[in-house]
Design a protein around this ligand. Structure first.
Ligand code: SAH
Length: 363
């Protein structure tokens, strides 16, 4: 353990003073202004990132100790009515090989996940009209009946307030809906005309008022993104105060309009993970699949930057390659539940422990 004064000395020598004091203020619970977030994003040196990570890890340990929560991710359908410009399963991608899981297949995934220690199941998919309220409520009730000690998280896109209420009443606990960007103009550059920033925000506030534990999030390095926009994302997280936040690098998919854009970097993603941890110390923060895709040790790097959740893939192997949001998405190794042991070893190697609990937010 390095003593606090030594640490301070080491950091001060190498790091610009303004970044140091802004990160320190964040760690003290102070709210930053947008241009201060922007300053940090634009001065993302390895020294600043290490300092932020050190403080973020300290905060996370105070609340969650060495535990890493796991969520079994079940990709229930890659059929989608939307045409988001970045996404490989957009409606307009005629090359995508479409599938939808049956209720029985979903239950089988949960059984496998439960047997290896998962106590949260995340049902994620495109906006597939087949999965209407009745169907999703039925599946949620089925999971809660068979696994009453588990949490159900839904990530099925934009719905009406009434639909969200029905899903909550059926027993769903959490809902993930990334805001994608907190800048309205940027939102319209990433989405088709029939989708709107206002509706995305409406959904997030409805979800919160319905009583869900809510997750928002965004891609790092998405096309047309500026540091001002990322600063707005951090400001939004500070104001909205979500229970969860999913961030990962943008990764191009060749059959989308953004196929030629460069991917986001693991460095900036990890720095932002640390800042988000400092903004909201008890947030549930995954080291995402996309981070694990741009960097072979991305999962571990995310945890060491302040993340405390990983979401191994529980989808049947036969469909895994079809849920291709971006090229190169990892679909085996520590990503598959069958290889959970590898993930556990990776976490042990950096001083963390994968635990068998629901893993709700500690308030
Ligand atoms: N239809 C659901 C689930 C979307 S997929 C919804 O709208 O919430 C989950 C997330 O994957 C998206 O929110 C998006 O942020 C991310 N994603 C999609 N395409 C991506 C890409 N090319 N690179 C990185 N992340 C991507």
């Amino acid at each position: 353990m390095v003593s606090a004064s030594k640490r301070l000395f080491r950091v001060l020598r190498a790091m610009d003073k303004k970044a140091f004091s802004l990160i320190t203020e964040l760690a003290q619970g102070k709210k930053l202004m947008r241009d201060e977030y922007r300053y940090l994003i634009e001065n993302n040196t390895p020294e600043a990132a290490n300092f932020a990570a050190e403080l973020a890890v300290e905060k996370r340990k105070e609340i969650y100790g060495n535990s890493v929560f796991i969520r079994g991710l079940i990709e229930i359908s890659n059929i989608c009515k939307n045409n988001c410009l970045y996404c490989g399963i957009r409606a307009g991608n005629s090359c995508a090989d479409r599938y939808r899981l049956t209720r029985n297949e979903i239950m089988e995934c949960c059984r496998e996940g439960y047997s290896i220690g998962m106590r949260t199941f995340v049902l994620q998919g495109g906006e597939d009209p087949f999965f209407n309220d009745d169907t999703v409520c039925g599946i949620t009730l089925g999971i809660k009946e068979e696994f009453p000690d588990c949490a159900v998280t839904l990530s099925l896109g934009e719905k009406s307030r009434e639909s969200y209420k029905r899903l909550k009443d059926a027993g769903a606990d959490r809902y993930l809906l990334r805001h994608e960007t907190a800048d309205c103009g940027h939102y319209s550059l990433l989405h088709p005309d029939d989708m709107s920033f206002e509706n995305r925000m409406r959904c997030l506030y409805d979800l919160k008022e319905t009583g869900f534990q809510v997750g928002c999030g965004f891609m790092v390095g998405s096309p047309h993104q500026t540091s001002e926009m990322l600063a707005k994302d951090l400001e939004f997280i500070a104001d909205f105060s979500p229970d969860m936040c999913g961030i990962g690098p943008f990764i191009p998919h060749k059959d989308t309009p953004f196929g030629e854009y460069p991917p986001g970097t693991p460095e900036l993603t990890c720095f932002l993970l640390s800042l988000i941890r400092l903004i909201k110390p008890n947030i549930l923060l995954p080291a995402t699949t996309a981070l694990g895709t741009v960097s072979s040790d991305g999962r571990a790097r995310g945890i060491l930057a302040g993340a405390n959740v990983v979401m191994p893939n529980l989808s049947p192997t036969s469909v895994r390659k079809k849920y291709m949001l971006y090229n190169g998405k990892v679909s085996d190794g520590a990503e598959s539940a069958g290889s959970l042991a590898i993930l556990k070893e990776q976490m042990n190697a950096i001083g963390y422990e994968v635990v068998t609990v629901r893993g709700d937010i500690i308030k």
